[in-house]
Design a protein. Structure first.
Length: 135
């Protein structure tokens, strides 16, 4: 399972490191230790928090368009995967954006996509591809 350092998890959640540490102390977030003995957060725990704290929608007033691109990449965390024998639905929370991709179940298995995994949604026209890094 993916483990994130406090600073990494805080960045995905859009909060400060100190806020995340307070949440850990208050019992709102479960923390573990990484291989170096530092505090870490499981990716699935970050996914849970993203689902809880994500805005229901972003209005034009809160997210003005400042530029356009033919290709957009949204780094985030997988929050949900629904699979059947052929197809799968993958949800990624990337900041305030919830991105849903439909892809083959085989691709989901090959990429190891499950809640808590860091992923990048690549959007071009109406197609959404999913990437994962080797880190």
């Amino acid at each position: 399972m993916t483990q994130l350092r406090i600073s990494e998890a805080a960045a995905y959640l859009g909060i400060s490191d100190d806020t995340l540490r307070r949440w850990i102390e208050a019992g709102r977030v479960a923390a573990t230790s990484d291989a170096s003995g530092r505090q870490a957060i499981e990716g699935a725990e970050v996914a849970r928090l993203l689902r809880e704290t994500a805005p229901s929608q972003v209005s034009a007033e809160t997210a003005p368009i400042v530029g356009r691109s033919a290709r957009n990449r949204f780094a985030g965390i997988v929050t949900r995967v629904v699979k059947d024998t052929v197809m799968a639905q993958v949800e990624i929370q990337a900041g305030p954006h919830r991105i849903v991709s439909l892809l083959s179940s085989e691709a989901v298995d090959e990429l190891g996509l499950e809640p808590g995994v860091l992923a990048i949604a690549t959007v071009k026209a109406t197609n959404v591809g999913v990437e994962v890094s080797r880190t």
